[in-house]
Design a protein around this ligand. Structure first.
Ligand SMILES: Nc1ncnc2c1ncn2[C@@H]1O[C@H](COP(=O)(O)OP(=O)(O)OP(=O)(O)O)[C@@H](O)[C@H]1O
Ligand SMILES: [Mg+2]
Length: 279
């Protein structure tokens, strides 16, 4: 089932002369875990905002084409209607939290309280996300006393607890240490395994290759490629678009070692070991 359909999406911010999104067309199936890569200013965050309706409803500007999110046309729906379909986690958790709740638990409960979910279900859902994101130990702490990494996991928890069909994460691990990032990636994969559709902007290409089933490469607002990690990271024009392949791919390319019976290079450590072990 298609969860996202984008047709010829064009968008220019007010006052800007250039298109931030330049004629994007693509589709995403339910349960896919999509990674978006691209250099600074490529349009990654703007695309995320176009999927949750902040573009064009909040930012306004010039808009063309059509975006369908779980059956709703973004241009014709309100941000509130769209937020029930797709939740977004921003780069900086400070912009995400209410700022008025005294504990992590209350912060995560906030959205649920406003939708009138029954108390027992609310407690079960909050306990499940505290467990998933390893936040039990800080559940009684003040959100402002958390580390950046803990705060980002809390921001993700407060979205996931609402059970959206789609979750969009804009560089969700940029403030986390390697272990915190790994926990978040694994949690995201579990959500994806459960059937949630995940779109994630991420600069750590090794993680993208490990966790995502497809990768979208953007540059200057244009869609350069949208395919499996091995196909995207085997491209010869990545540097031209300001991105690098995972280190495992670069090593195998330098040694001209491809995957078995394939014209593409390994993209993960395991694949590289397998391919190199054959030689
Ligand atoms: N609020 C805004 N008003 C005007 N122009 C904007 C605004 N936000 C982004 N832009 C412009 O839109 C283009 C795309 O920016 P966007 O933030 O989507 O890129 P990005 O790929 O997320 O970059 P980064 O890797 O730095 O986060 C850039 O040229 C940027 O300057
Ligand atoms: Mg961005």
């Amino acid at each position: 089932m298609k969860k996202i359909i984008v047709e010829h999406l064009k968008y220019r911010y007010p006052e800007s002369r250039t298109l931030a999104l330049d004629d994007l067309s693509f589709e995403v199936e339910q349960g896919e875990l999509i990674g978006i890569i691209g250099r600074n200013s490529a349009g990654k965050s703007t695309l995320c905002q176009a999927l949750v309706g902040l573009v064009p409803h909040f930012y306004q500007g010039a808009y063309g084409g059509k975006v369908m999110v779980d059956g709703l046309e973004v241009r014709k729906s309100t941000i509130s209607e769209l937020s029930r379909k797709a939740g977004i986690v921003f780069q900086n958790p400070f912009t995400q939290i209410t700022g008025s709740k005294l504990t992590v638990y209350e912060e995560i409960a906030f959205g649920l309280e406003n939708t009138g979910v029954e108390r027992k279900e609310m407690i079960d859902r909050i306990d499940a996300v505290l467990d998933l994101l390893h936040l039990e130990q800080v559940k009684d702490r003040n959100p402002f006393d958390l580390s950046g990494g803990q705060m980002q996991r809390m921001a993700i928890a407060s979205i996931i607890v609402m059970k959206p069909e789609i979750i969009i994460l804009d560089e969700p691990t940029s403030q986390l240490d390697p272990q915190g990032s790994e926990e978040v990636f694994r949690a995201i994969q579990r959500l994806s395994d459960d059937g949630m559709t995940v779109i994630m902007v991420e600069h750590k290409v090794e993680k993208i290759a490990q966790f995502c089933n497809r990768v979208m490469l953007l540059d200057h607002g244009k869609l350069i490629g949208f395919d499996t990690p091995e196909k995207i990271f085997s491209r010869n024009d990545l540097n031209m678009h300001g991105v690098e392949a995972p280190v495992y791919t670069r090593v195998c390319k330098a040694l001209n070692v491809k995957k078995a019976d394939s014209s593409f290079y390994p993209v993960t450590l395991d694949e590289a070991c397998q391919a190199l072990g054959r030689n």
